[in-house]
Design a protein around this ligand. Structure first.
Ligand SMILES: [Zn+2]
Length: 242
């Protein structure tokens, strides 16, 4: 399976948008879209495509929006289906200014980040779910921030195992796994003194009660499988909500 162009992704979102799609901002000449849907059910923040060389997330979200499965529409969503279009189009991690946007959430400076911060101002989400891919990974893994101390990560990793192997590394980006394929931090999270905030920190600090950051391997597995794994992970997280 091949990745779709950003133009094609946008064309597909617009075709099925039911008025839920909005232009959240513009960055490097591209519109950055958000998607808001209110069902009255538990609220979820879902974002992906902040790194343009990780296509499984934007493709997975596009498939969900197109297929609009029953489980999906019982929740309320704020979705950013491709946060960094300039880089997505070029298959690059960094944006046009050669910045890694996933380190800059402490500041409200970059237009991609400003678009999100403005759109979610004053909103709370039960869960934030971020989709990424990792060039070095040999399998699926998950970061989890659980201030409520109710870790669900093991169940998600177990569910995705039917699609992709579990990442075998015991240390990932300098952090020791808490169980195979899972780096979980339970309890409160102090942002003071931390200089480079990823999107996850911003969300858990201000907007979300619980956070998952799912990682599929960006090489070595067919894109179709990686998309399936991302959807399975998200779906399992949703099933844990009341
Ligand atoms: Zn990433």
């Amino acid at each position: 399976m091949d990745r779709l162009s950003y133009e094609e992704l946008v064309r597909r979102w617009k075709r099925v948008s039911r008025g839920s799609l909005f232009e959240a901002g513009r960055a490097s000449g591209y519109p950055v879209y958000g998607w808001r849907y209110e069902s009255g059910g538990p609220s979820i923040y879902l974002s992906t495509g902040i790194h343009g060389d990780e296509p499984a997330g934007p493709m997975a979200v596009t498939r969900l929006l197109e297929e609009w499965p029953g489980w999906f529409r019982t929740f309320s969503w704020m979705i950013f289906p491709c946060l960094n279009p300039w880089s997505y189009e070029r298959g690059l991690r960094h944006n046009e200014k050669r910045l890694d946007l996933n380190r800059l959430w402490r500041e409200n400076r970059e237009p991609e980040i400003r678009a999100v911060r403005r759109s979610i101002h004053g909103l709370r989400f039960e869960i934030a779910y971020l989709m990424h891919e990792d060039y070095d990974a040999k399998g699926f893994y998950l970061y989890e921030l659980a201030p409520d101390r109710s870790s669900a990560g093991k169940r998600i990793v177990r569910a995705v195992r039917s699609i992709l192997p579990v990442e075998p590394r015991r240390f990932i980006e300098g952090r020791r796994v808490t169980s195979p394929g899972l780096i979980c931090r339970e309890g409160s999270y102090h942002l003071k003194g931390r200089k480079h905030w990823p999107e996850a920190f911003y969300l858990i600090g201000r907007h979300a009660g619980h956070l998952f950051n799912a990682e599929t391997p960006s090489t070595g597995f067919d894109l179709g499988l990686r998309i399936q794994a991302q959807i399975k992970g998200l779906r399992t997280a949703m099933e844990l909500l009341p």
